[in-house]
Design a protein around this ligand. Structure first.
Ligand code: AMP
Ligand code: ZN
Length: 477
């Protein structure tokens, strides 16, 4: 499998550290508000990566942190803690909003068929690990104390800017946002590992440490949580592209300084979902959430389908018009599957199955090309083969795509059949249904002669029976 690696800036052959096993780390949400559908685009594409690795036979262990402390309003380590800001907004405690928005995040994930990672670790549960790594960094001379805070010294590294499209000036974004620059830093790019002094004295969550009572910086949590659960070498680290700098750059700096060797081999970054008017926002414009889409009548899986239509390394523009197009394509796909389910299923043709599957895996093996994988799904429907083969292919692909296509088709069929059943006051329909029931009983009793007789009786009355995987269907001429 080829996977684009932000570290090497090319598509690399994916080779895990240990054959057959993959360690995968994902930056989790900062739980001060609902996730917007931009955040969820990243989690959907990371879910596809995880599911495809499993589909390809790897034994995957995936870890995700929950940021419930230390993520400040500016990435340059200044401003108020986002969690505290959220707590003040809602007049609740930090722990109350952390619980509420963590639950809300996983509820959204469930609606989008995003699998919950094997380990979910809130930052507030790993304080000892943060302190241990910070102590190690101080001992090795990679960190210093200034003005009561502990900073990472970026000048001690041979190379700090590992993802080279980022530079020092990018750190000034926070300053432009009206947040003061931190005068304690020796170098502009240095970052806080542990805060004991903050302008914001009302920081709710604080812990004792060798440097005084305080709280961790944001970056240290991901390094420590990853090392705690996945060891000293990580196969793949995921996140949105905005996290590449400074967050991931800082994670690499501190992890490798602490470990004394290379830490993570592949960096998987999902590009942003934007609106026509620009960046997705939680505070201005329409706050686009999964619940809002549901209120407007969209199935969350239609949003997943919309995301799969574009490559994860391209930014994607969200508009209701684009979502409507995805909704109608999803509906047509489900309708096609309904008609397949109503046909005589036949046997699975393994040659056609392998042909369909080869296209699908070729698409995803090429840097997770989901739009081509969806094309492979359409192609599978056009194969000259039995409905059973096509349904088997759809179910197989859906292990990765997570669109619940056959489930949606079965639901659609049940609705259609229910509508049919409501007219069964009609004595003719009742007779057909009784005959079908009698035929099923005859087949169960291995009385095939009687079963054939019933088929012939009904046929004489213009009723054709069709045996499908979902039971006996019929048409009336
Ligand atoms: P946060 O909750 O702010 O820590 O972000 C959660 C995840 O969403 C991170 O991986 C971000 O990089 C990612 N993210 C933030 N904004 C967007 C966006 N507009 N499109 C895609 N991913 C995003
Ligand atoms: Zn992170």
């Amino acid at each position: 499998m080829l996977l684009y690696n932000s570290l090497t800036r090319k598509r690399d052959e994916f080779i895990p550290n240990e054959p057959g096993k993959v360690s995968l780390y994902t930056c989790g949400p900062t739980v001060y508000h609902y996730a917007h559908i931009g955040n969820l685009r990243s989690y959907i594409m990371e879910d596809i990566l995880e599911k495809y690795l499993r589909y390809a036979g790897y034994d995957v262990t995936r870890v995700m942190n929950i940021t419930d402390v230390g993520h400040l309003t500016s990435d340059a380590d200044t401003g108020e803690d986002k969690m505290l800001k959220g707590a003040k907004r809602e007049k609740k405690t930090v722990m109350e909003i952390a619980k509420f928005y963590t639950d809300a995040f996983f509820a959204d994930c469930a609606k989008l068929n995003i699998k919950t990672p094997d380990v979910v670790a809130p930052a507030t549960g790993c304080i000892d690990e943060f302190i241990h790594v910070i102590e190690g960094l101080l001992e090795k001379g990679f960190a210093y104390e200034a003005g009561g805070n502990i900073y990472f010294d970026t000048s001690k590294l041979k190379q700090y800017y590992v993802f080279n499209d980022f530079k020092e000036e990018d750190l000034e974004v926070g300053v432009r946002d009206g947040v003061e620059e931190d005068g304690n830093k020796k170098n502009k790019a240095d970052f806080v590992l542990w805060f004991t002094k903050s302008k914001f004295d009302d920081q709710e969550l604080k812990w004792d440490s060798p440097w005084g009572i305080g709280y961790p910086g944001w970056h240290i949590e991901c390094s420590c949580i990853s090392m705690k659960h996945l060891g000293e070498t990580l196969d793949i680290h995921c996140g949105g592209i905005d996290n590449a700098f400074p967050h991931h750059t800082n994670e690499i700096a501190q992890s490798e300084a602490f470990l004394g060797h290379k830490w993570c081999n592949y960096w998987f970054h999902v590009h942003h979902l934007n609106t026509n008017s620009g960046e997705m926002s939680k505070s201005s414009g329409e706050f686009l959430t999964v619940s809002l889409l549901e209120e407007k009548g969209y199935d969350p899986l239609v949003y997943r389908f919309f995301c799969l239509g574009s490559h994860y390394r391209k930014s994607l523009v969200f508009s209701y018009e684009n979502l409507d197009n995805a909704a109608s394509a999803y509906k047509k796909l489900v309708a096609k599957i309904v008609s397949l389910l109503r046909e005589d299923a036949g046997e699975i043709d393994s040659e056609a199955f392998d042909e369909g599957k080869a296209k699908f895996t070729a698409a995803l093996d090429n840097d997770l090309n989901t739009s081509l994988a969806v094309t492979a799904l359409y192609d599978a429907l056009k194969l000259k083969t039995t409905p059973a083969t096509k349904i088997a292919l759809i179910n197989d692909f859906d292990r990765v795509l997570g669109l619940d296509l056959v489930k949606a088709a079965e639901k659609q069929m049940a609705t259609e059949d229910e509508a049919k059943a409501t007219v069964s006051d009609d004595p003719f329909i009742r007779e057909i249904e009784e005959k079908i029931a009698e035929r099923i009983a005859a087949k169960k009793a291995k009385n095939y002669a009687r079963a054939d007789e019933i088929r012939a009786e009904l046929s004489a009355k213009g009723v054709t029976l069709i045996d499908t995987a979902q039971g006996t269907q019929y048409t009336i001429q």
